[in-house]
Design a protein around this ligand. Structure first.
Ligand code: ZN
Ligand code: ZN
Length: 576
């Protein structure tokens, strides 16, 4: 008989106890135990009771492992650790004997709870138990270390494995991506392919994320061909991954193709598409798609709402944005996140409604983060509201300074001072940053050429072709100047003369990347660049000029959105 409800399980258990009070037939009991422990409609406490009644059962490590595994998947994984430790301390005459099916789940719980020290101690126990070279346990160790942001240890376990299976490769790739080492993740994936290991759908999702992060379009396309070629229906998380990868690599039409071809779609699939459209400036389409999603009866989640609000932000649709924000609580019964607030503040600040933006921040039910204040300061700077700016700066210099340990805000403040010629105040900001140990994140731009990712930082010279790149850049600048390009030196806020400022501007990372792209690709090829920060005004105008003078489409993904440059114009309409 198949057990499908707890009622059946308890009934069967009662019969068993009545008919065989001393020796429980193993098979039936295991069936009851498995159902109560592992089924979504089971009852873990009941399973635990069954196990307690079996304290002297000869083969109880199976039951222990099952319970540890079930607890590790439960909402409270700490129970699995608690249970594991109690088991180790028990005077069980047949054990305790944790084995290769015990440790991976204890480690999983440690990872979920970020218990780094405890997890390392479990690693010690693994070695003592002679399971240090067990494939299954090693895979668990990789996942634990990656989940606890100890990617170096994960890498070490992986590198020292005598044999690896697809789970090992996937765990390490996933760990690298999660720990912001997507480029390294792609390299490991290359090795995996060379070793002839066939990726499974979990691997594909992890590698697609790495492609999305780095802009590695050709690898992403290869994965699309691979999964499509396997036939059958694609898993929803693979579809989501493909849509996200294509939109983040600048191919919004390919993303739409995947979306249109997807059989069933869950909220993640829809959200990926809405967010892709929004970042590509197809904001009307994004909002329409959102309405369509609602009409098929799906409830949006926080990320969907972030995508919708950012569509409104990108278009400057204040009223529509405010309406969607209201709906988050009222209609969808979600709690607004700091990202939601961020979109609204940015929207108001860009539209010049600075008073509203400030009041909005003050009315927030959660602590405003640095990004919010930064948007407001930025708005004041752009709209020339120096009075509000002064008082915001005072506010920052006052008590809440500590609550706001964000470099970006300080850098922006410094820039505000510098553009007003207040060099002493700017120097003070810098001193404060140094005191707090804040380092300005360095900007980089990445470009993929023939499957290889090249990374540039401002003024970098480490590329083997650095000399050619700078030569080409000088040539481009000259051509562009002849065609009306004029470097915006006010964007360089250092105490140096205009000529030197122009050179500094010229060496911004995206300009180096575009120069490299022009050298390395055939005329007519689209140049795709991924940048980690927001582009400066000068780089933006530089790209517009290149797109018309060199007749090249250029796609730049910055921290927030896409800029698609064609024939001297950008898809953002200069609103970013
Ligand atoms: Zn720039
Ligand atoms: Zn733009």
């Amino acid at each position: 008989m198949e057990i499908t409800t707890m009622a059946q399980a308890t009934q069967l258990h009662a019969q068993l106890l009545k008919n065989h009070p001393q020796t429980h037939p193993q098979l039936t009991l295991t069936k009851i135990f498995n159902f109560t422990a592992l089924s979504p409609s089971g009852n873990l406490t009941y399973a635990h009771q069954i196990l307690k009644s079996l304290q002297t059962h000869p083969s109880n490590s199976y039951f222990h492992n099952t319970l540890i595994r079930a607890y590790s998947d439960s909402p409270d994984p700490f129970h699995s650790i608690d249970f594991f430790v109690n088991w180790l301390m028990s005077d069980d005459p047949f054990g305790p004997n944790p084995d290769r099916f015990t440790f991976p789940f204890v480690l999983k719980s440690c990872a979920k709870l970020k218990l780094k020290r405890l997890g390392k101690q479990v690693h010690g126990l693994v070695l003592k138990s002679g399971l240090g070279l067990d494939l299954y346990v090693q895979n668990g160790l990789i996942s634990f270390y990656s989940g606890c942001e100890l990617i170096g240890f994960a890498r070490k376990v992986f590198d020292e494995m005598p044999e690896r299976d697809v789970v090992s490769w996937t765990a390490v790739i996933n760990g690298l991506v999660e720990n912001k080492k997507a480029v390294e993740g792609l390299r490991v994936f290359e090795r995996m392919e060379r070793d002839g290991v066939e990726p499974n759908s979990v691997t594909v999702v992890a590698v697609l994320r790495a492609c999305a992060e780095t802009g590695a379009l050709s690898v992403g396309r290869k994965l699309d061909r691979l999964v499509s070629g396997r036939g059958g229906k694609l898993k929803k998380n693979v579809v989501t991954g493909l849509i996200d990868m294509y939109s983040k690599c600048g191919c919004i039409y390919s993303a739409v193709r995947v979306f249109d071809g997807a059989g069933d779609r869950d909220v993640y699939v829809w959200t990926a598409m809405i967010s892709g459209l929004a970042s590509h400036g197809q904001c009307k389409e994004a909002v329409e798609l959102f309405k369509k999603m609602e009409s098929v009866g799906l409830k949006p989640d926080e990320k969907t709402m972030t995508a919708v609000l950012s569509a409104c932000r990108n278009m400057g649709w204040v009223d529509e944005g405010l309406m969607h924000f209201e709906n988050i609580r009222k209609v969808y019964k979600l709690r607004p996140t700091v990202q939601h607030y961020g979109c609204v503040v940015d929207l108001l600040a860009r539209a010049g409604r600075l008073e509203d933006a400030e009041n909005f921040i003050k009315s927030m039910s959660i602590e405003p983060d640095a990004v919010l204040w930064r948007s407001l300061i930025w708005g004041c700077k752009v709209h020339g509201d120096s009075e509000r700016l002064e008082h915001l700066i005072k506010h920052f210099e006052g008590s809440s300074m500590d609550a706001c340990d964000d470099c970006g805000t300080y850098v922006l403040l410094g820039n505000v001072y510098a553009s007003n010629g207040k060099w002493k105040d700017k120097a003070n900001v810098r001193r404060l940053m140094n005191k707090k140990g804040l380092v300005k994140p360095s900007g980089y731009s990445r470009i993929e050429i023939n499957g290889v990712i090249y990374e540039f930082t401002a003024g970098s010279t480490c590329n083997t072709e650095a000399e050619n790149i700078y030569k080409k850049l000088d040539e481009i600048e000259e051509t562009l100047r002849e065609n009306g390009y004029d470097p915006k030196v006010s964007d360089v806020l250092l105490e140096i003369d205009d000529e030197e400022k122009a050179t500094q501007l010229l060496h911004h990372s995206e300009k180096l990347a575009v120069s490299f792209g022009l050298i390395k690709t055939e005329p007519g090829t689209i140049i795709r660049i991924v940048k980690n920060l927001r582009s400066c005004e000068d780089c933006h105008s530089f790209m517009k000029h290149i797109s018309s003078v060199y007749q090249r489409e250029i796609l730049i993904r910055d921290r927030i959105r896409f800029h698609h440059f064609t024939n001297g114009k950008c898809s953002c309409g200069d609103y970013w």
